[in-house]
Every structure is written in C-alpha cells, then in structure tokens.
Design a protein. Structure first.
Length: 94
C-alpha cells in the first residue's frame, strides 16, 4: 500500500520587501514516512488576490505564488526539520 501524498503546510511567512506588504516569502514543508521532508520557499504575491476578510469567498481570486527554491534542488534534501525562514541584511563594513 502506497502512503498518501504529502500535504504541504506553511511553517513560516516573512515580508519579502520592506516597502510593500503585497509580497511575502512563504516556507512550506511536507513529510512522508520513509521518504522524509520536502521543503520549498515561495514568493507569494497578494496584489491580484481578493481580500475575503469579512466577505464571501465565492468568486474570490487566490494569492499567486512562485517557487523560489526547492531545498532538494540545492543539495539540502537531508534537512531533518525546517521551521523558519529568515531575512538577512548585508551591511557594508569599512
């Protein structure tokens, strides 16, 4: 019997740009017994999505997301657990 397909869950959301609240970095992970974790980071763009706060979801446009990195593709498939994404700002050192 094959295991059920993994269901990705969002584990971290971070503002992708400090000048706008419409773009976010979203880390999703899923787990399959005997296979391990699958971790991906997406850019979510809220600009074309419908704001459904307090409204009907009928006919709502979803958030769009674009895959930025799949940890398998960069040699990090052995990561046991990923909990958070962090943004680091490079500072000029004199």
């Amino acid at each position: 019997m094959r295991p059920p397909p993994p269901v990705p869950s969002t584990v971290s959301i971070l503002a992708a740009d400090s000048t706008t609240a419409s773009k976010l970095l979203v880390m999703e992970r899923s787990f399959v017994a005997g296979v391990g974790n699958k971790v991906r980071v997406y850019e979510a763009d809220l600009r074309s999505a419908t704001n459904v706060h307090g409204a009907s979801t009928a006919g709502a446009r979803p958030v769009t997301k674009r895959l930025l990195v799949d940890l398998d593709d960069v040699g990090l498939s052995h990561i046991d657990n990923a909990e958070q994404v962090t943004q680091v700002v490079a500072l000029a050192v004199r």
